[in-house]
Design a protein around this ligand. Sequence first.
Ligand SMILES: Cc1cc2nc3c(=O)[nH]c(=O)nc-3n(C[C@H](O)[C@H](O)[C@H](O)COP(=O)(O)OP(=O)(O)OC[C@H]3O[C@@H](n4cnc5c(N)ncnc54)[C@H](O)[C@@H]3O)c2cc1C
Length: 380
Amino acid sequence: MFELTEDQIAIRDMARAFAREEIAPHALEWDEAHHFPIPTLKAAAALGMAGIYVRDDVGGSALSRLDATLIFEALAEGCPATSAYLSIHNMVAWMIDRFGAPEQRTRWLPKLCAMDIVASYCLTEPGSGSDAAALKTRAARDGDHYVLHGEKQFISGAGASDLYAVMARTGGEGPGGVSTILVEAGTPGLSFGANEKKMGWRVQPTRAVIFDGVRVPVENRIGAEGDGFKFAMAGLDGGRLNIAACSLGGAQAALDKALAYTAERKAFGKAINQFQALQFRLADMETELEVARTFLWRAASALDRSDPKATRLCAMAKRFVTDAGFEVANEALQLHGGYGYLADYGVEKIVRDLRVHQILEGTNEIMRVIIARGLVARGN
Ligand SMILES: Cc1cc2nc3c(=O)[nH]c(=O)nc-3n(C[C@H](O)[C@H](O)[C@H](O)COP(=O)(O)OP(=O)(O)OC[C@H]3O[C@@H](n4cnc5c(N)ncnc54)[C@H](O)[C@@H]3O)c2cc1C
């Protein structure tokens, strides 16, 4: 439980080497230019990182959720936002692998695992974020097609992705009326809003996705009508682990920068890491990340075992690790003094990128709602 196997160490080292060579040297430039690094993502796919927990008969790597957290943490040491996008793509690939029909698996997954096509996950709408089951995008049946009308908001990768996993209403109100439907880029009636101007996550586009009479064959529906909300939530259990891992990797990189900087920077005649007040802060940062990592692995292993408590543990991990990761990154910025505020030092980008992890894939307040639900039920 607390030691990695040789295989896991090899997986982590492979992802870490990729992050060091292919991601980290470009991350600041990509952020400044708002550049979405698709060729780099494809190179990651060639190493098995685009279908991490997809079965291997369709090109997946058939690894565990714990393995995935190691990969996303390592990639995030190079750039949290690049790593996080890959996490979303993996989430969609897994939903098709887990809930799709055999023909859907063979049609989409080899291309998704190779990243010949790139995927987006479309749940949030302008009028429904936390209350996702109130979504209004409608998919009306018309013979052997659905016709989609509505709008999704804040969709990562929108406009650049080739495939959109859309949660749309095929039935009545509430979660039981939602289905998951795959929509291909280029389908008439599908359009996108402007690329949002954001605090962080600038290496990936975020746009509204607009459906104006988009006709999609019924065979693009994943699973049964009305099961889409369950699939969306199941995808998010793993997505939350991955986002937490991205926070961990970003925060670790920020701490490493702070360690190097405080060893070098002098004040009052000595290196600032000689002040015990700073040493205590560094010690607390290291402790926070070790605790976060240990718990993240526990939650990932619960999901791997299909533990009935897995959803709650994933929510706890997402809440705790993304909060701890942001605090550590922000503290690392503080330890850089004024230089931490300058883009060239790379810490402010990490802080900006990690901030949104406390908001998306369910806000950290919604994580508390999920955790408290089980607790209150226990008290009854
Ligand atoms: C950069 C970025 C990328 C994103 N990418 C995607 C994506 O790819 N796909 C996708 O589907 N979505 C995506 N999202 C959307 C994201 O998941 C939502 O923004 C998030 O779920 C919150 O929804 P909301 O913004 O509507 O906030 P709201 O739901 O309006 O919440 C506002 C505030 O109220 C709080 N709140 C709401 N309900 C409760 C409650 N019951 N108890 C306590 N507090 C509550 C929230 O925690 C929050 O603080 C992205 C968002 C961002 C910013």
